[in-house]
Design a binder for this molecule. Structure first.
Ligand code: GDP
Ligand code: MG
Length: 385
């Protein structure tokens, strides 16, 4: 029996070359579920393909779908390092298009990258064989590709060969994801859209144009997780901006605190469970300062821990606006509006994901965010699949 192969495969290529089509074909029609792996917040995982022989984790590169020459140095360095991180790079080109400036630039970028690169010549279902041979000849001169594979992402031509060759180039390892984890991208986009929709239903006409929603984190938490306790107690939390380079004034964030309207569980019960969870239930995110009684002050014997408690999905989202007065409008008097938006969004998300949700909405002011590479990148990365 051959060893199990697991690794990251970066898909790159200009828009419309067929990256999404390829992914969809390889992943099939499976409904994606949320991945709770922490690394999904750092690299964007487009899809996870698990077979008997191996697990291929397709990753996206922030910014790579934009014209590379327009990226600043910092972004480019990020692109290089993420390309180095991948075990294999698949560069897609469109066989129906003439090679141009953009292709040259992608190739130049790859010059600095030591990771093996496959060249996938896509859309071979609609081009003549001579053209494909010509492209192969052209590209062979430009770089020493690990493999050059003509494919049709749409028709599925040669995808079995591609899959086999990818696996051969991945390291031997244990599965990183369970069999039913497929992607987190589509959820992120969907969840952001739901929040945005609720937001737009409540705010002034002009605001939609300055509003973007980004899902910062999706995490599944076990019952009794310390962090969950903090939410149930509905405490206010002050969060420091992770990036020190944030743009000066107007950085405060508003918290949408969810009111626990459901029958179960009581806050005391949860605190008790959190206590039982022990020291390993360490919060990963910013520590939350409890306003409510510290665990030590909770009277013992508030009841046994119900065994049937389901895990909770914690969703942290940022709403970007350009001006502080926009932020104030969204938050509303005493935070009433953002709270309402949060509750409406949460109800719909709970229906879709069929799980209990904690929604952490943060309204952030980013002056001229539409010009801000970071923010644009976050948002575009979330949409690109
Ligand atoms: P992306 O921007 O790289 O993700 O490209 P898409 O996957 O969105 O594909 C862009 C267009 O090319 C779509 O209209 C696809 O249907 C089409 N396309 C993708 N792969 C193929 C292929 O193998 N053959 C043909 N004929 N069309 C394809
Ligand atoms: Mg696409």
């Amino acid at each position: 029996m051959t060893a199990y192969r697991v690794g990251y495969v970066a898909l790159i290529g200009r828009p419309n070359v067929g990256k999404s089509t390829l992914l969809n074909h390889i992943l099939g029609q499976k409904i994606s579920i949320i991945s709770n792996k922490p690394q999904t917040t750092r690299i964007s995982i487009l899809g996870i393909h698990t077979t008997e022989k191996g697990q291929i984790i397709f990753i996206d590169n922030p910014g790579i779908h934009k014209p590379l020459h327009k990226l600043n140095k910092r972004m480019m360095n990020f692109v290089y390092s993420s390309l180095e991180t991948a075990d294999l790079i698949c560069l897609l080109i469109d066989a129906t298009q003439k090679t141009g400036h953009g292709d040259e630039f992608v190739l130049e970028t790859l010059e600095k990258v030591k990771t093996p690169v496959f060249l996938l010549i896509n859309k071979v279902d609609i081009v003549k064989k001579e053209n494909i041979l010509l492209l192969i000849d052209q590209y062979q001169k430009k770089r020493n590709f690990q493999e050059i594979i003509p494919i049709s992402a749409l028709k599925g031509i040669n995808l079995d060969v591609l899959e086999k060759l990818i696996l051969e180039n991945l390291p031997e390892a244990e599965k990183l994801y369970s069999d039913d984890e497929v992607s987190d991208q589509s959820e992120r986009f969907l969840l952001a859209e739901i929040i945005r929709e609720k937001l737009l239903a409540h705010v002034e006409q002009e605001l939609p144009w300055v509003t973007a929603v980004y899902i910062d984190a999706i995490e599944e938490r076990e019952p009794g997780d310390e962090r969950e306790k903090a939410w149930d107690e509905g405490e206010a939390e002050e969060e420091s901006e992770e990036e020190g380079e944030a743009e000066g004034a107007g950085e405060e964030e508003a918290e949408a605190e969810e009111e626990e309207e459901s029958e179960e569980p009581t806050s005391a019960g949860l605190t008790q469970r959190a206590r039982e969870a022990g020291p390993e239930a360490e919060p990963e995110t910013e520590p939350r300062k409890p306003k409510a009684p510290a665990p030590d002050e909770i009277p013992p014997g508030v009841g046994p821990r119900p065994r049937e408690r389901r895990p909770v999905t914690y969703i942290k989202a940022s709403v970007f606006v350009e001006k502080d007065n926009h932020r104030k409008i969204i938050i509303g008097r005493h935070g009433q509006l953002i709270k309402l938006i949060g509750i409406e969004a949460r109800r719909e998300i709970e229906e879709i994901l069929e799980t209990k949700i904690y929604l952490d909405l943060n309204v952030k002011v980013r002056e001229r965010w539409r010009d801000s590479a970071d923010v644009l990148d976050l948002i575009e990365g979330q949409k690109e699949t």
